[in-house]
Design a protein around this ligand. Structure first.
Ligand code: ADP
Ligand code: ZN
Length: 427
């Protein structure tokens, strides 16, 4: 599609979605009224800058279905995004949403070179997380055979890859490395398997990781980007040129803003990625602030696709960590630590990657009042560590190793305190 045709389509769809949320989502009607905006003020895609932003906090404040536009009778699936403080984000999908999602996902798989002759295993998590089912439906839609392995039982997965002649895999890049590790342990080499395509996403990864995965699994690895608030995996994808990820911009309109001033930035400038859903019915969102930092690339791609590309995610404008695919905010750890009377408000998160699996260690100081040299011998430290670890697990949904420290032993930094050490070298 030419750029002019695309802009015209986007403008038409934007008007429609704005009119729809104005009449179906009190949250947006109120926001628009505050700005003195009517749906008729939004006619072209350029008008989008008149519209209000939406944040993750807005979704949490309106938990669970406050931003839902379609009636429950039309919702056929519900997903929830993980690991946020307080309420998770709930997203409901209508049948049309699921159809569009699987079409967009099929486009990604097509760009990776997957055809109906392929057998693809999905090792993203199945469940509330959008990764598993999102990839699953797209692969089915394309007509390839999907093997819904999910995560866990990696040795069995490796055997299936070998025995079934699986040719494609969809999973996080760190899981792909873990798979390679497991193959090594089992004594299975890449010559014994037929993997040729990997759809990797849900977390940031680097060219070095790509090289290592490709080398060890003998496949070509492609980026897959998405987020549950917008749809799930399928928002953007790499083509064979692997020069930026093409955005499915007929459904998800991207903008880059300066996170400090909220001004829209021109293509090529790095800033915060913002998406407006142009066709979604269940939970449409206007100008959703992803907190992901990247830039948009202008110009036609050598593959022939004309849709805009985004550069790899360079980081986030908040302090969210992605550990084993789960979103973790240091503030969540803080609130757990502070809710226990034994601990001082002094903690350190150490994130690392051991054998290609993310690990989280939480170091925390006990309060001076309760600290005695004898604590160790009495087993009190062990008990405290266990108690905190259990509590963290229930809040974060991932296991953390807790290390209790004597008072005043966690290093104080000059100026801004450092609460996180991320040792996962993303070079
Ligand atoms: P959750 O359910 O944990 O919220 P999401 O899939 O919605 O899971 O998380 C979306 C976030 O994951 C994105 O905003 C981004 O930070 C990260 N992410 C997803 N795909 C990629 C990718 N290909 N590269 C870098 N980061 C990614
Ligand atoms: Zn391309």
């Amino acid at each position: 599609m030419s750029r002019d045709e695309m802009s015209a389509l986007q403008g038409k769809r934007l008007h429609k979605v704005v009119d729809y949320v104005y009449h179906h989502t009190p949250f947006y009607r109120k926001k628009m009224q505050e700005l003195g905006l009517l749906p008729s003020d939004i006619q072209t895609i350029e008008d989008i800058t008149k519209l209000p932003f939406t944040t993750k906090q807005d979704l949490r404040d309106n938990y669970p279905f406050g931003l839902q536009a379609a009636p429950m009778s039309e919702i056929i699936r519900v997903h929830a995004s993980t690991g946020t403080t307080g309420n998770p984000t709930i997203v409901g999908y209508t049948r049309k949403d699921i159809d569009i999602w699987s079409e967009c996902m099929a486009r990604c798989m097509t760009a990776y070179g997957v055809t109906s002759d392929d057998i693809v295993s999905v090792a993203y998590g199945y469940g509330l997380f959008t990764g598993g089912l999102g990839a699953h439906y797209g692969i089915e839609n394309l007509g390839a055979a999907v093997v819904p392995t999910g995560t866990g039982n990696t040795e069995k997965h490796v055997r299936l890859i070998r025995d079934l002649g699986i040719t494609g895999i969809a999973c996080t890049p760190s899981y792909a490395l873990y798979l390679a590790e497991t193959m090594d342990k089992m004594g299975i080499t890449k010559d014994q398997i037929h993997l040729r395509v990997g759809a990797f996403g849900a977390e940031p990864w680097t060219e070095n990781m790509r090289k290592e995965i490709q080398e060890r699994l003998g496949l070509k690895g492609f980026n897959l980007y998405g987020l549950s608030e917008i749809m799930g995996p399928c928002v953007s994808y790499e083509c064979e040129c692997q020069h930026g990820s093409h955005v499915n911009e007929d459904h998800f309109y991207p903008e880059i803003i300066d996170p400090a001033t909220l001004e829209r930035l021109p293509n090529g400038k790095q800033g915060e990625l913002v998406f407006t859903t142009l066709t979604k019915e269940g939970m449409p969102v206007l100008r959703y602030r992803t907190r992901d930092l990247c830039s948009l690339m202008e110009g036609e791609c050598a593959c022939g696709r004309t849709n805009v590309r985004m550069t790899p995610i360079m980081g986030r404008s908040d302090d969210m960590l992605i550990i084993r695919g789960i979103n973790v905010f240091p503030s969540q750890v803080e609130s757990v630590v502070l809710s226990e009377p034994e601990f001082a408000p002094r903690y350190l998160l150490v994130v690392d990657r051991v054998n290609n699996l993310d690990t989280l260690e939480v170091q925390v100081e006990v309060r001076q009042e309760i600290f005695t040299e004898k604590m160790e011998t009495l087993g009190a430290i062990d008990a405290l560590e266990k108690k905190l670890a259990n509590k963290l697990k229930s809040v974060l949904s991932i296991s953390a190793k807790v290390k209790i420290k004597a008072p005043n032993t966690i290093e104080r930094s000059q100026g801004k305190s450092k609460f996180v050490i991320d040792k996962r070298v993303l070079k």
